[in-house]
Design a protein around this ligand. Structure first.
Ligand SMILES: [Fe+2]
Ligand SMILES: [Fe+2]
Length: 278
């Protein structure tokens, strides 16, 4: 390249290759012009590729969010079909995240567990309402069907590599396993049970027993904490029981505030429809 071209280029160079070609116009020979035009086209192409990549990432994220939201809605419906309040899934997520934090999990993993735990009973969507809503005790056959919900849940969530769904499928499959091997569906023992499943099992037990159901009243939270203690090493992993006991006061306080919020939300709906009473 001529030295006068180099001087002109350095003096007031712009970042836009097309403007550069115009600016240096007469100072360039034909091959330099073609070279610069080719580079300019390449720069345009690279920019278009970047935009496309960003749009693709955004669309994939939106699709993943939508999928997770659909699963969560399905899980809430499944719990409601079983007589649980819509907040049951939220509470299980919160308790599980708190126990995991006490066990030293990273904040990101706790957050992931908090979301994934909410899908634990999604498989109940595949259990007939006559079994889920039955007032009296279940027959042996009905129990056999009921005990299919972990497998159904794991198969609904599927074999995803996405971290949230992968963890959710693991939890759906393992949240009824017992530390001593007496649980279902696989009868896994001790550390064979994925840790997330062991944590959610305890959170689910605590929430189920402290919540009023049509066939039994809620037990006082302090009494359920004692029941958890007694089941350490049998139904629950002692390590997780210890972590739960260390923060049981915080969990009881949180439970209270979630229940109050639930009551408040209920009252809000009620107030909004006051005219229907007239
Ligand atoms: Fe379950
Ligand atoms: Fe549940």
């Amino acid at each position: 390249m001529n030295s006068h071209v180099a001087t002109a280029r350095n003096s007031a160079a712009t970042n836009d290759p097309f403007k550069e070609i115009q600016r240096l116009g007469g100072l360039l020979d034909e091959s330099e012009k073609q070279h610069m035009q080719a580079r300019a086209q390449l720069a345009l192409l690279a920019e278009a590729c970047d935009t496309l990549r960003r749009e693709r990432d955004w669309a994939l994220q939106a699709l993943a969010d939508l999928k997770n939201e659909t699963f969560l809605e399905l899980a809430r419906n499944a719990e409601q079909k079983d007589g649980e309040s819509p907040m049951h899934t939220t509470r299980i997520g919160l308790y599980s995240g708190m126990i995991a934090a006490e066990l030293g999990w990273s904040p990101d993993m706790c957050q992931l567990l908090e979301s994934a735990a909410q899908l634990h009973d999604i498989g109940k969507i595949g259990i007939h309402a006559s079994i889920l809503g039955k007032e009296g005790p279940l027959t042996t056959e009905e129990w056999r069907v009921m005990r299919e919900h972990p497998r159904i849940g794991a198969s609904i969530i599927g074999d995803s590599e996405e971290p949230l769904l992968k963890l959710a499928a693991e939890i759906a499959m393992s949240h009824h396993e017992h530390f001593d091997g007496a649980g279902y569906p696989q009868g896994l023992v001790g550390r064979e049970i994925p840790m997330a499943g062991r944590i959610v099992a305890l959170a689910d037990f605590f929430d189920a027993l402290t919540t009023h159901r049509s066939y039994r009243p809620a037990r006082p939270a302090e009494e359920v904490v004692e029941m958890v203690k007694i089941r350490s090493g049998e139904q629950f992993d002692p390590l997780i029981v210890d972590a739960f006991l260390r923060i049981s006061d915080q969990i009881i306080t949180l439970r209270q505030s979630v229940l109050e919020q639930e009551r408040y939300d209920g009252a809000q709906d009620w107030d909004g429809n006051w005219w229907m009473l007239l």
